[in-house]
Design a protein around this ligand. Sequence first.
Ligand code: SF4
Ligand code: SF4
Length: 84
Amino acid sequence: MSKKAAISKPSEGASGLTGMWRIKRPVVDQTKCTNCLLCWLYCPEGAMKRHEDGKLSISYDFCKGCGICAEVCPAKAIVIVREA
Ligand code: SF4
Ligand code: SF4
């Protein structure tokens, strides 16, 4: 009998519109971003979007403002600001 490991993968919308939970939002400074994609890798909501031109954007429908992306960004290219 084989054993299977449980692996959690982030997926956009798995918990609904998680952007409604947010009281703070991440903002990417594209001039500092080195495109390392750590934020994309670590975002638990799959809210970081990669575009063909290499730039990143954030889906605020699903970003819940947890701040993990800002914590892992080695270039300090993501700031967390309070929602208006
Ligand atoms: S704050 Fe960053 S890591 Fe957290 S959900 Fe939003 S984009 Fe993803
Ligand atoms: S972790 Fe920071 S430097 Fe890396 S892709 Fe994301 S915003 Fe850019």
